[in-house]
Design a protein around this ligand. Structure first.
Ligand code: ADP
Ligand code: GLC
Length: 481
């Protein structure tokens, strides 16, 4: 079965969050499950530099009037999965991130950047590449790829089955209706039964309307997004499509997140050597960050985008009691300037107990995962969440809100089979109820070791998810015929 996997980011080429981790690991697992999968994404400079075995592919002319567009072929580093980069220099050859410029503002032409990604995916989906490789399924991810099913629908006639995966309902790709002719979408689709959303165009809604199957990244999130509280205005539409909607839990890439062979750690460790290994990694982290080198202080780690979703304001509200209890905090992240500043100020006020690294650092993220005792994920909502999976594998007990994929992957310590600490109310007191239990457990080494060992033994493999996608692809193809 041939599958075209379309994404706006993929690790290790370019990454802003968990979607990149998924797009790095899932195609590899699909290939291991026997599928012929190719990744497609924009030819950002980092992606052109990062792929291996570069070849030039089809010249697509200037399909939407945004510039000459060619396919550049190659392979993902590490996994060797084939990849197509969409090379249209006026759109993608620039400094800055995939979605934001260097000042943190949305690119003003994001509708063009991601319409072209969707258009080329649909085109290759329908007619194939220059070697007549024609996919049976186009699997598109997040709003950036949302127009792919719409183009395919517009072009009519036989085409691939379409599967669309929601990684986050908050980001919808909303643009003024005037962009429709520019991106080659029939303005007649600007209706409530089409791509219209409160007077504007929504790329996410477009996908949810036109994709054959819809998935999201955990079973609990698949239920939450059908409610008013979790649906971001699209719960009604999702309810109407519930027969085609399913939740497939993400996995963790245990080749990258492997404490026993992680080159970024001061001392790699396994379940058997965790006590000594984590002690060394904790000391190394404290030393690097200028924290008091105290082996007994419970050290909490955070690696996160600093957006409202992640609930870091709840953590800020708890810093007083947390420090009072003798804890330390190491936080890595960036995003909302007010949250960044608040943590920076805390570190200035408490240099020996709070360390903040504002920015992005792959190596620091591994060191925090290994050196911390517990890992905080107080998210208001969390479609899946990957950092808690990495934390568990590193023997770092998650303290998290019982929502989305966090609820599906962490078992609360109270159950007797626990792997972490969960709370329900998205309030400062709610988070404190879990923090207090975590601090108690930390002071009882026997209990802590049992929890830690169980967390390290959890398996969230990608191959299980790949098998579930394979079944879904087969069903979608047969329903599409
Ligand atoms: P989301 O996709 O909502 O950001 P996930 O938990 O699914 O949340 O994935 C986040 C990914 O991004 C993880 O791999 C995490 O380690 C990484 N990450 C987040 N912030 C940073 C940062 N500042 N530096 C390095 N890695 C980060
Ligand atoms: C999104 C979600 C996160 C999820 C990731 C990968 O960015 O916020 O919960 O783990 O996508 O699916």
């Amino acid at each position: 079965m041939k599958v075209l996997f379309v994404t706006p980011e993929a690790h290790p080429l370019i990454k802003t969050g968990g979607l990149a981790d998924v797009a790095g690991a899932l195609p590899t697992a699909l290939a291991e499950a026997g599928l012929d999968v190719r990744v497609m994404m924009p030819a950002y400079p980092e992606a052109l530099d990062g792929i291996e075995g570069r070849t030039s592919g089809a010249d697509l002319g200037d399909p939407l009037g945004f510039g000459r567009t060619k396919l550049v072929g190659g392979y993902m580093p590490d996994s060797g999965v084939p990849v197509w980069l969409i090379d249209c220099p006026p759109l993608y050859n620039r400094d800055g991130g995939p979605y934001l410029d260097t000042h943190g503002n949305d690119w003003p032409d994001n509708h063009r950047r991601f319409a072209l990604l969707s258009w080329v995916a649909a085109y290759v989906g329908k007619v194939g590449d220059e070697r007549a490789w024609i996919p049976a399924v186009v699997h598109a991810h997040d709003w950036q790829c949302g127009l792919a099913p719409v183009y395919l629908n517009q072009w009519r006639g036989p085409g691939p089955a379409t599967v669309f995966t929601i990684h986050n309902m908050q980001y919808q790709g909303i643009f003024p209706k005037e962009i429709l002719p520019e991106v080659g979408i029939d303005p007649a689709l600007f209706t409530i039964d089409g791509v219209e959303f409160y007077g504007q165009v929504s790329f996410l809604k477009a996908a949810l309307k036109f994709a054959d199957s819809i998935t999201t990244v955990s079973p609990t999130y698949a239920r939450e997004i059908r409610t008013e509280a979790g649906g971001w205005g699209l719960n009604g539409l999702l309810e109407s499509r519930k027969a085609d909607l399913s939740g497939i839990l993400n996995g963790a890439d245990y080749h990258i997140w492997a404490p026993d062979s992680d080159p970024k750690l001061a001392k790699p460790y396994s379940r058997k050597t965790v006590e000594a290994g984590k002690a060394t990694c904790k000391h190394d982290l404290q030393e690097r960050l200028g924290l008091a080198e105290d082996p007994n202080a419970p050290l909490f780690g955070v690696v996160s985008r600093m957006s409202g979703q992640k609930g870091l304001d709840l953590l800020l509200a708890n810093m007083g009691p947390l420090l009072q209890a003798g804890a330390q905090l190491a936080i890595l992240g960036s995003g909302d300037p007010a949250v960044e500043d608040a943590f920076r100020q805390l570190a200035v006020d408490h240099p020996k107990t709070v360390a903040v690294h504002v920015g992005y650092s792959e190596s620091m993220s591994h060191r925090i995962q290994a050196g911390a005792d517990a890992f905080l994920v107080p998210s208001r909502f969390e479609p899946c969440g990957l950092t808690q999976l990495y934390a568990m594998r590193y023997g770092t007990l998650p303290v998290a809100r019982r929502t989305g994929g966090l609820a599906d992957t962490i078992v609360d310590a109270e159950s007797g089979l626990g792997t972490g600490f969960l709370f329900d109310a998205p309030t400062a007191d709610g988070l404190w109820s879990a923090l207090a239990r975590c601090l108690d457990a930390y002071r009882q080494p026997d209990q802590w070791q049992i929890l830690r060992d169980r967390a390290m033994a959890q398996q969230f493999d990608w191959i299980r998810a790949a098998e579930a996608y394979k079944t879904l692809y087969q069903e979608t193809i047969s329903n599409n015929q």
